[in-house]
Design a protein around this ligand. Sequence first.
Ligand code: SF4
Ligand code: SF4
Length: 212
Amino acid sequence: MSDNVEKYIKRKVYKSTNSRIAQKFVDAGLEKLRACINCGTCTGGCPSGRRTAYRTRSVLRRALTGDESVLEDIGIWFCSTCYTCYERCPRGIPVTDMIIKLRNIAVEEGHILDPHFVLANKVFYVTGHGVPANGEGNQKWRDLRESYGLPPLPPTVHMHPEAVKECQELMKSVGFRDLLDKIEKQKEKEKLEAEKAEANKIEDKKKEKEKK
Ligand code: SF4
Ligand code: SF4
């Protein structure tokens, strides 16, 4: 092995690939991530990366090496799951599955975007659908379905409203309800702290003015 290649392999970034997040990938059967050669093909073909600061290779590398800030990085939500990287990775790494798993880990640890939280908490849990078609304001969805020759409502909890309760029980039994409750409390706490900090800032400014 040439000196250069050896130096490359020993770069700091390769020293620790046994991070807590990497272990979660392994537990989920996604240990193939460790075969990444950092070539950047995933980033190069990523349509989301062309329009945002999201970089697939960098996100995976950070996860692998234990940079936990990646769980709070909004970039991981910019992936459109188009599977281009999955098709092109020369090491056959299921890149898109990795990104989805990373999002799962982020949510399990309370890092969820506000719109996703509202959707999960107020829409999905209540109606059993991410995009409910049965509400008064959703006639357009029913019309659209009918224009394709489909029944206005899908054969899901919409047709069987009695099953919503079963779905909710299922969500409770896998811990999803508890997770949402925990995140809701955390968000309320953060909101109160932010309001308090803002009020203190205004008070300090007022005092400064009075001193002058
Ligand atoms: S394309 Fe595959 S091998 Fe190359 S950086 Fe991305 S994940 Fe790693
Ligand atoms: S699946 Fe996601 S990360 Fe992969 S190319 Fe598509 S948008 Fe980019």
